[in-house]
Unconditional design. Sequence first.
Length: 304
Amino acid sequence: MEKGRTLPNWSRILKLTLPGLLAVVCFLGCSSVRNPRPEDGSRIPDLAYRDGVRVQSPKNELDLYIPRGEGPHPTVLFLHGGGWISGDRKMPGGLYGNVGWTLAARGYLVGVASYRLAPQYPYPAQPEDVAAALRWMVDHSAEYGGEPSRVALIGHSAGAHLAALVAMDPRYLASVGLTKEQIACVVGVSGVYDLTLDGFEAYEEVLFLQPTYGLTKERRAEASPVTYVTADAPPTLLILGEEESLSFGRQARALVETFEWKDRHDVRIVRIPNRTHASVIRRIGTDGDVLESILDRYLKTVFR
């Protein structure tokens, strides 16, 4: 912590603000979501990926979406958003389950994982959990028709940050006995990749960043994917809604520029018209959505 500065009383702040936040999230999650169809496949809920920690937190579970037909199916791990302090794989209205059903219908075996949340479990609990979920997918996906040798990491918002961080900071993969070669790609939907950049809104700073990462720039640099980009980083796709705030565009460009400094050019930004930070993910698989086809084309290229 920076000298002379103390963290606010987060329990009081979050007590006041989370009811409003959760109401907004419920509204976002309960509209414009596709309904699962029989041909989408099947779902196995509440699979524990980290038994030792599950006693402390039921967040260490994932729901598995299994496509129809013969495998082996390309394997995906998806991570929800929520600013590291909220969110879950079982958001109201099926917000993130919607991703699992949509990609399963396209032939992918998909794990949609929860992870422990700040401020009760501050960083690095979140990337530690993601690494453990990834290990579970590698170890168990073949049992459900998946191809375990390479897994695509996809996330929305805070989940996009965690997907990129675990794929690029070698400490997390090493802690569970994995290597970068086992990451097929990273897809970040509306993510943040450099926590040291100026330009965060005041509420983002107070509600999300400080309770998770504290106040020091050094700590935030340590938790930033841009810090760890190397020549052997996985191929990366960054997706944004055109109606998102400018800060998300700056975050995506920061990661692209870091890739280019390493002479890596298999990273790009795709912007989806008429989509906000919420609707870019919420509307996957519904009428007028293009995210589904973007993901499917990209993943087919990566896995071929």
